[in-house]
Design a protein around this ligand. Structure first.
Ligand SMILES: Nc1ncnc2c1ncn2[C@@H]1O[C@H](COP(=O)(O)OP(=O)(O)O)[C@@H](O)[C@H]1O
Ligand SMILES: O=C(CO)[C@@H](O)[C@H](O)COP(=O)(O)O
Length: 474
């Protein structure tokens, strides 16, 4: 067996760890441990120490082979605001990407710092309430004592990487989702930081692609002294893990739904639909995200006392499953909406409508993220937990009219982190490593005629329901 690397996916619901053979990509051990997410209404929080404990549990679940690893990398849920005190302990729980309490601060920041077009040109994105900068502004407004006690601000993957190395670092991919990173210069944006009263000294150093974040400290559940790669946001890690080439669209069905592609051109979308993220290499990752994906549809199934696959065709009803507010479309105050219920509507049809509503929102952004490099017959790569579901897969095929490929590897994020660690260890480009590993291979499902009638029905309910969906406090 050749050298081994460890790839970590610390996402919203769980930590997944893979131990992978660096030369071949063979997964020699895998394990998973759950996270706790608290909060009602617009709040979603997790204690960062819980992510560290979940990492330790998942590493232990991989067995003794972890002791042979030569490098490690962490992919983490994007955007979360981790605030640490002078001793490195969390000042309060982390506010997660799907916490929408900072919607008013977002509106204010966009207006005060030049408007949507200028934000997009400066940072690549018009911030959504997911973005770290809006959460920091919320904290200053609502918990000034917590903001004052903060000696370091980190993203989820930075927090875990720092616990491994002892040094505060991040990477350009995850930094591009903060709102205080200038995507033109690749440096922190001093104007934004000054405006929100955040000292750049509290932020981690942005490690360049291919550079090490450090080495593992003594006394941890990984071998002392092994290389720690920069890590990145979970979507950037999945893009690495699939060895993506420009024009290949990815649809990820997890707690969040995301649709993205890699591109060589810096994305700038003043409408705010597409976030202009950097990828974990030297390129870009235009991406649109929804807050309501697998968990929202699972909730519908539970309400209807149905299993996930108990869908029935033929529904005339529309479900907009915006249980957590929504980011795409930009409706942070929205709640779920059901329209078109009849005596003969069945529970299975309603469940199908919930899948349709969740997938619709992602598909509206598909063409915007793939850009001119895209070929219409390029299959959509379907990843995330939902990619294992037949109802999800068939809904994507029917509403996109495109073929779908489901990569055999289930843990694209952890695999991307492993590829980054392997690239660092072997001195190779991580995306080339992933391509060598054949990670994007898997069964393909052919195109079916696009269901334009359903798309049109959802579009018109979204338009007509606009006032309801914008009403705060429903
Ligand atoms: N076989 C399956 N069919 C459909 N959905 C599934 C299946 N297995 C898991 N899921 C969904 O996957 C989700 C978790 O996806 P995952 O990508 O791991 O989430 P995250 O990365 O956001 O923590 C769960 O909410 C669940 O609904
Ligand atoms: O906010 C975004 C992307 O901008 C989310 O995609 C988060 O990165 C969380 O991802 P999952 O835990 O759902 O994988």
């Amino acid at each position: 067996m050749g050298p081994l690397v460890v790839g970590v996916d610390s996402s919203t619901q769980s930590t997944k760890v893979l131990v992978v053979e660096a030369d071949t990509g063979r997964v020699v051990a895998r394990s998973q441990a759950p996270h706790t997410v608290t909060g009602a209404g617009g709040a979603r929080e997790s204690d960062p120490r819980g992510w560290w404990d979940a990492l330790a549990t998942a590493l232990a679940g991989c067995g003794d082979v972890v002791r042979e690893a030569a490098a490690v990398s962490i992919g983490g849920q994007q955007h979360g605001l981790v605030t640490l005190d002078a001793a490195g302990e969390p000042v309060r729980p982390a506010m997660l990407w799907n916490d929408v309490r900072s919607a008013p601060q977002r509106d204010r920041l966009v207006a005060e710092l030049g408007g949507a077009k200028e934000w997009a040109e400066r940072t690549g994105s018009v911030p959504a309430p997911s973005f770290t900068v809006t959460k920091w502004a919320w904290l200053r407004d609502n918990e000034p004592e917590a903001a004052a006690a903060t000696a370091a601000v980190r993203l989820p993957h930075d927090y875990l990487t720092e616990r491994l190395t002892g040094t505060g670092t991040t990477d350009r991919g995850d930094a591009s989702g903060t709102g205080w990173w200038d995507s033109r210069s690749g440096a922190y944006d001093s104007r934004t930081l000054e405006h929100v009263g955040l000292d750049a000294a509290l932020l981690p150093r942005v490690v360049a692609p291919g550079e090490a974040a450090g080495t593992v400290r003594a006394g941890l559940p990984l071998p002392e002294g092994i290389l720690v790669a920069p890590g990145t946001g979970d979507n950037m890690a999945a893009a690495l893990g699939l060895g993506l080439r420009p024009g290949q669209p990815v649809l990820s069905l997890g707690t969040s739904g995301t649709v993205y592609a890699v591109t060589g051109e810096r994305p700038v979308d003043p409408t705010g639909t597409v976030a202009g993220f950097a990828d974990a290499g030297g390129g870009w990752l235009p991406l649109a995200a929804t807050l309501n994906c697998t968990q929202a549809v699972d909730r519908f199934a539970a309400l209807l006392s149905l299993a996930r696959e108990d869908v029935e065709a033929g529904s005339g009803a529309v479900v907009l499953p915006f249980l957590d507010g929504e980011r795409t479309p930009d409706l942070p105050h929205a709640s779920g909406l059901l329209y078109g219920l009849r005596h003969d509507t069945t529970p299975g049809q309603l469940l199908q409508s919930a899948y349709d509503g969740a997938v619709y929102a992602l598909l509206t952004a598909l063409d915007r993220v793939t850009g001119p490099e895209a070929a219409d017959d390029e299959p959509i790569l379907l990843i995330g937990g939902g990619a294992q579901g037949v109802a999800w897969r068939d809904t994507v095929r029917r509403l996109s009219g495109r073929a779908v490929r489901v990569p055999q590897v289930r843990e694209a994020v952890a695999l991307g982190a492993a590829a980054q660690a392997a690239g660092l260890l072997l001195g190779e480009d991580p995306a080339a490593v992933a391509r060598r590993w054949g990670t994007a291979e898997g069964p393909s499902y052919g195109a079916v005629p696009r269901d334009d009638e359903t798309l049109q029905r959802i579009a018109s309910v979204l338009e007509d329901g606009d006032a309801l969906l914008r009403r705060p406090g429903a």
